[in-house]
Design a protein around this ligand. Structure first.
Ligand SMILES: [Zn+2]
Length: 625
């Protein structure tokens, strides 16, 4: 971990893009189910994409890269969550008004300005995750900000857009996507590159997540959540650059906890790549021409080579004068310049490259073979080489990509979109070149949305903002900030607010039961599926004197799904509270005199029926047990 001085010196800049799925009933531009419920696959659709130049005659580098991979795409179609709009066989329907309202509420939560007219746009999608090759996106907020510890961070833009398809599987020829997720409304919150340390990035990501989660729609005394919860419902992309380096985007981080380590590692990677570049330039390193060395290795003892050759494959190699020691140079945990070159080669379908900074004996190469390759490529002691073996077409593609990446080692840190490889170690891998800026064009099939003053005011009037919600909960829980803050960050917040606003039960009892006791039950694998109003009734039994605190949890546990008869559960499971005269009788029945003995005897048998505090007071004590 470095301090902020270090990051200032290296010219560290970082911005975030947070993507959060919204909790609307329908998708953004059709009436398909957006609840992400399990659905039945009923058909598949196949598509191919062809790259074309834009109106300015330019081809985006990420587009041509993906196009050169020549992969086909298969889309799984689902019964309730896919329609013709999703596969671009029908124009979009009217925009989902709920999603627009949510977008306006969330934009306001980030102090952003909402445009008077929201224009649907198309954004090019190059990885096939959209069957139409574009994603609909609308700027719904701009020039906002958040403040953390007195520092302002600009929120440059907020987009309301369509979620992409989820990937099911992929290989060299085909990527298969599930179209159930496609088109679910999504909010993208973009910060300016104002972030100056990795730990600041983590705080900003946490705050944005909290604001997205806690902004709600007023619903009586409660607030309705606007966003989905659970795995994958929020994803963050981080953009990182350092002086002399370049902007690199790491995509799709699902764990906020790994934001800082991913960034630290990306900085490290760019620093090491810059070191390598300097050293290579000093050595006047080069990337040699590709040579076919199939004949030379026709009797190779390396299994990988002999097997490929047996199936009609070839071996292509490139000399790397001046590269010795740098291909194997570590740039992250288990990552070397060689891994970066390999990532590029893999895009052709090969498993990777073999290079001379590796222990070649482990592949089965003999000393003599290695010598003959070096001789063929005319290499000296500071020189390295790499080779690829595969069927001819694939092999040619692979070595071209590998030499392309090796050449960049001498000129720049390549601008890339990268994916998380290992969140714990903070390592990433190359996905594709970073797309250029002009990927948006108007969506002429969808009407612009006019946001009139009165409409915006009505929406904002029934919005509950995070600050209000946090203050209310802290007050209700009477200064127990630990439980209050735990609740604020918990998925149980909404049900807490519902019960707290309707039940006479002590709010601290409600919060503690939901947070601690119920979590234990759920951890034990119990699925709690009780109607919200029934939950209110269960909690009401406590102030009515019918249940103890421990009894509440027990009823929740024993309550059968869709059962409304709490009383029968109470009787059947003997959970009714014993208090007053009945408790006095119980004390007498023990026949004991010592206070501690009586408490132990009764609580061991009636833990769920007797309130410890009442028993303690009855026995002349003051303290709770
Ligand atoms: Zn649909």
């Amino acid at each position: 971990m470095h301090d902020s001085d270090y990051y200032r010196k290296i010219g560290f800049k970082c911005g975030l893009e947070i993507h959060q799925r919204l909790a609307t009933e329908h998708k953004l531009f059709c009436s398909c189910d957006a609840g992400m419920k399990p659905d039945t696959k009923i058909a598949t659709v196949e598509r191919r994409q062809r790259a074309v130049a834009g109106e300015l005659g330019m081809m985006d580098r990420s587009t041509s890269f993906e196009s050169s991979r020549g992969r086909g795409f298969v889309y799984n179609i689902f019964e309730n969550s896919t329609c013709l709009v999703d596969i671009d066989e029908e124009p979009p329907h009217d925009v989902n008004g709920d999603a627009v309202e949510t977008g306006i509420r969330l934009s306001s939560a980030f102090n952003a300005k909402v445009p008077d007219e929201i224009e649907p746009m198309r954004k090019e999608v190059v990885d096939g995750s959209d069957p139409s090759a574009f994603q609909r996106s609308m700027l719904i907020g701009h020039d906002g900000h958040i403040e953390i510890d007195g520092k302002k961070y600009s929120i440059t833009s907020i987009f309301l857009e369509e979620e992409s398809s989820g990937i099911e599987s992929s290989n060299n020829e085909t990527v298969t996507y599930n179209v159930d997720r496609l088109g679910v409304p999504l909010i993208e919150v973009d910060t300016a590159p104002d972030i100056r340390t990795p730990s600041e990035a983590r705080s900003v990501a946490l705050r944005i997540g909290q604001l997205l989660r806690l902004t709600g729609k007023r619903d009586g005394d409660c607030a309705k959540y606007l966003v989905q919860r659970g795995i994958g419902s929020i994803r963050q992309d981080v953009n990182v650059s350092i002086e002399g380096g370049t902007r690199v985007e790491v995509k799709g981080l699902q764990e906020i906890g790994s934001v800082d380590i991913i960034i630290e590692n990306e900085v490290e990677r760019q620093m090491k790549l810059l070191e390598i570049k300097k050293a290579l330039l000093a050595r006047k390193a080069q990337v040699g021409a590709v040579q076919d060395i199939t004949k030379l290795l026709s009797r190779s003892g390396a299994k990988m080579i002999s097997e490929t050759l047996k199936n009609g494959g070839v071996v292509l190699a490139a000399g790397l004068p001046g590269f010795a020691g740098f291909i194997g140079y570590e740039i992250g945990a288990n990552r070397r310049l060689g891994s970066e070159i390999s990532d590029y080669a893999k895009m052709s379908g090969v498993k990777g490259i073999i290079h001379s900074d590796e222990d070649l004996a482990k592949y089965g190469f003999s000393e003599g073979e290695i010598e003959s390759v070096r001789k063929e490529l005319k290499l000296g002691k500071d020189d390295a080489f790499m080779l690829v073996t595969a069927q001819k077409d694939m092999c040619e593609k692979a070595i071209t990509l590998a030499t392309y990446r090796a050449r960049m080692a001498m000129s720049e840190v390549p601008p890339e979109t990268r994916a998380v490889l290992d969140a714990e170690k903070g390592t990433t891998k190359f996905m594709r070149p970073l797309p250029g800026g002009s990927r948006m064009y108007p969506e002429t099939d969808a009407k612009p949305i006019v946001v009139e003053h009165a409409y915006r005011k009505k929406i904002l009037d029934d919005t509950i903002f995070a600050q209000e919600r946090i203050a209310k909960i802290r007050e209700e829980l009477g200064g127990n900030l630990q439980i209050a803050d735990q609740l604020i960050g918990s998925p149980k917040l909404q049900i807490y607010e519902y019960i707290a606003s309707r039940s006479k039960c002590d709010k601290l009892v409600v919060a503690a039961t939901l947070l601690e006791r119920m979590k234990e039950l759920e951890r034990g694998g119990l699925r709690i599926d009780i109607d919200d109003d029934v939950m209110v009734e269960i909690f009401d039994k406590y102030p009515e004197g019918r249940l103890t605190k421990a009894g509440i949890v027990e009823v929740i546990k024993e309550m059968p799904k869709s059962e409304k008869e709490i009383e029968s559960v109470l009787k059947k499971k003997s959970l009714e509270r014993i208090s007053g005269n009945k408790l006095k009788e119980l004390i007498k029945e023990t026949g004991m005199k010592g206070r501690e003995d009586v408490i132990r005897a009764i609580m061991s048998k009636y833990r769920l029926n007797v309130d410890g505090e009442e028993l303690s007071i009855m026995l002349g004590g003051k303290n709770e047990i």
